[in-house]
Design a protein around this ligand. Structure first.
Ligand code: ADP
Ligand code: MG
Length: 255
């Protein structure tokens, strides 16, 4: 299936609980470098929970508990001795609703660099410009870098959030339904961008939109009630699913 690619993320026997509720059930999954992996499945099946584990975002939730391991390259990122902020530098995240800081366009990107201890303002400026270019936003904002980011359209705000994630040079970018609040044109731009980004990053995208998964992803994972039902090449999942439940979902019979 995907045995020839380099595995950047490996989830091994992952179970996750919110108190008594088990949100993930024995997930084993490997994610290929420089590929787009889509996670699909009906609401509440654990998609967000799973990707939030990849950058240690679930651990502040009271009574939440993880079993199993997640490796980023060779490092077990579930190890409590690993600093979550180190993981988040390597694993960026973009959310369903664009969430820029209520600061200038420029500061939205420079902030993360400053937090990481970078002081050289020329270096920071270079990185800001570079991140905006990589996020396909530069041409639209180059003359208004000091404007408040909240003045941007939703689609531009989402690309700004992508630029913000890119600026700290992650290895992996997690997208949790990044187009859910966007119009079709803005959605198209984000999809195009994701296809460009996979050259340099490993991408995991949660999406409700089956066409989107088919358009942007190389691999697809189908989750149902906390279980990974089927995982494989996107083309195979969409044309010849092996599991009846996958078939029912992709043909719109439920979800
Ligand atoms: N912070 C939380 N506290 C308690 N239960 C949660 C929390 N977040 C999610 N859940 C539950 O975990 C399950 C999986 O949720 P989630 O990962 O958000 O699903 P999805 O992203 O596929 O819609 C759901 O039953 C949801 O209600
Ligand atoms: Mg979700």
């Amino acid at each position: 299936m995907n045995n020839v690619c380099a595995k950047v993320i490996r989830a091994e026997n992952v179970n996750f609980f919110y108190g008594q509720t088990q949100a993930l059930k024995n997930i084993n999954m490997q994610i290929c470098a420089n590929q787009v992996t889509a996670i699909i499945g009906p609401s509440g099946c654990g998609k967000s929970t799973f990707i939030r584990l990849i950058n240690r975002m679930n651990e502040l939730i009271p009574h939440a508990r993880l079993e199993g391991k997640i490796y980023l390259d060779q490092q077990d990122i579930t190890d409590p001795s690993v600093d979550p902020s180190e993981i988040r530098k390597m694993v960026g995240m973009v959310f369903q609703k664009p969430n820029p800081f209520p600061k200038t366009i420029y500061e939205n990107i420079s902030y993360g660099l400053e937090v990481n201890g970078i002081r050289d303002k020329y270096f920071i400026e270079e990185k800001v410009i570079d991140a905006l270019k990589k996020a396909a936003l530069w041409e639209e904002v180059k003359n208004r870098l000091r404007d408040n980011a909240l003045k941007l359209s939703g689609g531009q705000q989402q690309r700004l959030c992508i630029a913000r994630a890119l600026a700290v040079e992650p290895k992996v970018i997690l997208f949790d339904e990044p187009c859910a609040s966007l119009d079709p044109i803005s959605t198209g731009k984000i999809e195009e961008l994701i296809l460009q980004l996979k050259e340099n990053y490993t991408i995991v995208i949660v999406t409700h939109n089956m066409q989107q998964a088919a358009r942007v992803s190389d691999f697809t994972a189908f989750f149902l009630l906390g279980e990974l039902i089927e995982f494989g090449k996107t083309q195979e999942i969409f044309t010849a699913p092996k599991d009846k439940r996958t078939e029912d979902y992709i043909t719109g019979r439920f979800g």
